[in-house]
Design a protein around this ligand. Structure first.
Ligand SMILES: Cc1ncc(C[n+]2csc(CCOP(=O)(O)OP(=O)(O)O)c2C)c(N)n1
Ligand SMILES: [Mg+2]
Length: 327
């Protein structure tokens, strides 16, 4: 990565922030306090952080259900945290959690519960940039599972035919829920779905510098008007698909990937290159933990949405204000 020491420290801060936030979410979930079911990205942070780092603030991002990094890098922490608790300061004032959230203000396209459904929305954002003559690249993150869906192939094809400014980022964590992607994809490397006319690249998704480099090249290409790129980041999640799902992946596989932890890799690099010292690393960790604690404390006090928030969403609304249960 051809960037300055300051930029590298920034990348590390983002990596650690996402890690600490999700650890805190897991902790809160396990102690019974999060209404939203966590689908954690712990282990995959370098993909979201590195690729988002390559974008300008107003470039569009369409995250997958698991991509937390861009949301945490762009949206105020209190909004995201309140979203998990379904309180009034969350996205849409408590009508939705943060799981599929979008925010026009932060150039984040909301996704839906349907795997792959956001790919064509991201291509549409790229098309609108081109039609309007504005310089806004569109980057879409999705899991390996989405590459078996029709939406992926429609999106790739249309973006390639029209040379749209879109960057496709596959977060290939090798599993689609409890199925190994190798059993359901007709190619070994998912970039092979790109065919001949669409540039594609495989990247080590555990190394944020490498992700920044390939994403920067793809974003530059999109900005020049040379069209889309497909990036396949090989990565792994440390947690089960969602916290209610029993872990069935081989223990040795998980242990192997943990030895290439994205936060550890980056921390060691900063130390080896004299970009940071232990004291700075500890200070950053402490201030991140404090910031997250404050956001959780904020959400704990944040009121539930007004009953009116549920009008035109559910029929015959009844809100139990003590438990916040909507019947
Ligand atoms: C069309 C569709 N089929 C099935 C599901 C249920 N489902 C939710 S997430 C998921 C797995 C997605 O796997 P992948 O795309 O690899 O993303 P990852 O969870 O690994 O990040 C499935 C099957 C769904 N939401 N939508
Ligand atoms: Mg997957």
């Amino acid at each position: 990565m051809g960037s300055s020491d300051t930029q590298r420290r920034e990348v590390y801060e983002h990596l650690l922030f996402v890690r600490r936030f999700e650890e805190r979410v897991l902790d809160a979930y396990e102690s019974g306090g999060v209404p939203e079911l966590p689908h954690l990205s712990i282990g995959q942070e370098a993909v979201g952080v590195g690729a988002t780092y390559a974008l300008a603030d107003d470039d569009w991002i369409a995250p997958s259900l698991r991509t937390r990094a861009p949301i945490l890098m762009r949206v105020p922490l209190e909004t995201v945290t309140a979203g998990m608790f379904g309180t009034r300061s969350g996205p849409s004032s408590g009508r939705t959690t943060q799981h599929h959230m979008g925010s026009t203000e932060h150039a984040i396209l909301g996704t839906t519960g349907m795997v792959g459904s956001h790919l064509n929305a991201a291509v549409g954002a790229g098309l609108s940039s081109r039609q309007l003559g504005i310089d806004r690249v569109s980057m879409v993150f999705f899991g390996d599972g989405a590459t078996t869906r029709g939406e992926f192939h429609t999106a790739l094809n249309y973006a390639a035919v029209e040379d749209l400014p879109v960057v496709f980022v596959i977060e290939n964590n090798l599993w689609t829920e409890e199925t190994p992607i190798s059993e359901v994809a007709a190619v070994d490397d998912l970039v092979d779905f790109a065919g001949h006319d669409l540039p594609s690249v495989i990247v080590d998704g555990q190394d944020a510098d490498e992700v920044v480099d390939v994403a920067t090249e793809a974003v530059d290409r999109a900005r020049r008007g040379d069209g889309p790129t497909l990036i396949e980041a090989k990565t792994y999640r440390y947690r089960p698909h969602a916290e209610v799902i029993q872990e069935r992946r081989p223990k040795e596989e998980l242990e192997k990937w943990k030895r290439r932890d994205p936060v550890d890799i980056y921390r060691e690099r900063l130390l080896d290159h004299g970009i940071a010292d232990e004291e700075w690393l500890e200070e950053i960790d402490e201030s991140i933990r404090e910031e997250i604690d404050e956001a959780f404390a904020f959400a704990a006090e944040d009121p539930l949405p007004d009953e009116e928030a549920m009008y035109h969403v559910y029929k015959d609304v009844e809100v139990d204000r003590n438990g916040g249960v909507v019947r």
